[in-house]
Design a protein around this ligand. Structure first.
Ligand code: CMC
Length: 370
């Protein structure tokens, strides 16, 4: 008998259909429900994109108004959630705080077991509405500041930033943040989304799947990279040191965070849009040295390795300029990707099969007790 082929990391393995997004590395494109993500980022709000991911179509004016009203009415955190967050030490990574808070929200929801499409959509909108409050509250408590209540007059991104920083920043900043949320929202069967689908395939509830997905996103090979990019920038310090730093890092066989991608080998389709948003922030905050460092490290990487940057490369510096602590970057990714995760959870349930692959045993041969 021939040995079955093993594909480490499931690289190149197609495991199911999805109608939510299409990643095409040949044409360097990413479509959400058929629309190029660049067009959505240019013309739509994150709320509209969330609606699109869940419902398959963009909302008309009436649908958007109803959806926005629903989201805005659910932004507050239950006291029990706040109390649990308060109990967590500041040594906990913000991803652990988000993971725990979502778990608590699930445990508090008496309808947790309702896995009907309507029930799961209701839970998805609720998490979408509450994640900004969780992230903002954690960022503020780390700075010794009190919670800012949500403002139902504001759109998603303006409210998110106001809850974090105590005031609505300029339109340039709100728009750049909104673009980052749109770009992070969905990316087919990445590790965290696949995790959510695996959990869902056992018919566990939506909250369990989202908690597991948050765990998968935390790692530096996935969502944790946006935070890791900023640690690299801090290590390098300034543009003139980028080449020397890179040579030393590559000599130590270090992976350079924010570069490379499992699917895109000729560049990440989302990077030009996010880089343009970062450029507006560099002007807004008068931070040309950050732009110079960005370019210097990218150029050096292209000379040495020809490995292209991924979305985390421009989004990390963007979140730094907006004012978030580095450790909050991956929770921002959660706030966005919860839309894609939950769309996939609902899609998985609509035609479920338990996800249970096989392995090839290579341990000690059969043996027996004396
Ligand atoms: N720095 C240095 N070398 C790299 C990098 C990198 N960032 N990425 C790939 N390579 C090398 C790798 O060492 C390998 O070389 P060799 O063939 O000599 O062993 C070759 O390129 C092929 O890479 P691979 O590891 O087989 O590729 P993969 O598809 O398994 O890995 C990756 C993809 C994203 C895990 C990897 O590129 C990486 O570790 N990047 C850094 C972390 C990162 O930025 N992650 C974010 C991913 S995208 C958005 C997100 O999920 O947040």
């Amino acid at each position: 008998t021939t040995e079955p082929e093993i594909r480490k990391g499931l690289a190149g393995v197609v495991v199911d259909y999805t109608a939510i997004s299409k990643v095409n590395p040949e044409t360097n494109s990413l479509l959400y429900r058929g629309y190029p993500v660049q067009e959505l980022a240019a013309s739509c709000s994150f709320e509209e994109v969330a609606y699109l991911l869940w419902n398959g179509e963009l909302p008309n004016a009436e649908q958007l108004a109803a959806f926005a009203a629903d989201e805005r009415s659910q932004r507050s955190l239950d006291d029990a959630v706040k109390r649990v967050i308060d109990e967590l030490p500041l040594t906990a990574h913000p991803m652990d705080v988000v993971r725990t808070a979502v778990s608590v929200i699930g445990a508090l929801d008496p309808t947790w077991a309702d896995a009907s499409p309507e029930g799961n959509l209701t839970k998805s909108v609720s998490l979408f509405a509450k994640l900004p409050a969780i992230v903002a509250y954690d960022q503020r408590r780390r700075r010794g500041l009190d919670l800012v209540e949500p403002d139902a007059e504001l759109g998603y991104s303006a409210n998110f930033l106001a809850m974090t920083f105590g005031e609505v920043p300029s339109k340039v900043v709100v728009d750049a943040f909104d673009v980052s949320m749109i770009l992070y929202a969905e990316h087919s069967f990445n590790a965290s989304t696949f995790t959510a689908r695996v959990v869902t395939s056992t018919l566990a509830d939506l909250y369990s799947a989202v908690v597991a997905a948050i765990g998968a996103l935390k790692g530096p090979l996935h969502g944790g990279a946006n935070e890791a990019v900023m640690h690299i920038f801090d290590e390098i310090g300034s543009a003139d040191r980028a080449e020397e730093w890179l040579d030393a890092a590559l000599a130590e066989k270090r992976k350079i965070m924010g570069f490379g991608h499992r699917v895109y080998k000729n560049g990440d389709s989302r990077v030009p849009t996010m880089k343009a948003a970062l450029d507006t922030l560099i002007v807004e905050y008068d931070a040309p040295e950050l732009g110079e460092l960005y370019t210097a490290l990218d150029d050096a990487m292209q000379n040495r390795k020809a490995i292209k940057p991924n979305l985390d490369y421009p989004s990390g510096p963007a979140y730094r300029l907006i004012g978030f602590d580095t450790e909050m970057f991956t929770p921002l990714f959660v706030a966005s990707r919860v839309t894609g995760w939950t769309a996939h959870i609902m899609e998985q349930l609509a035609s479920n099969a338990l996800i249970r692959p096989l392995s090839l045993y290579n341990g000690v041969p059969e043996r027996h007790l004396e």
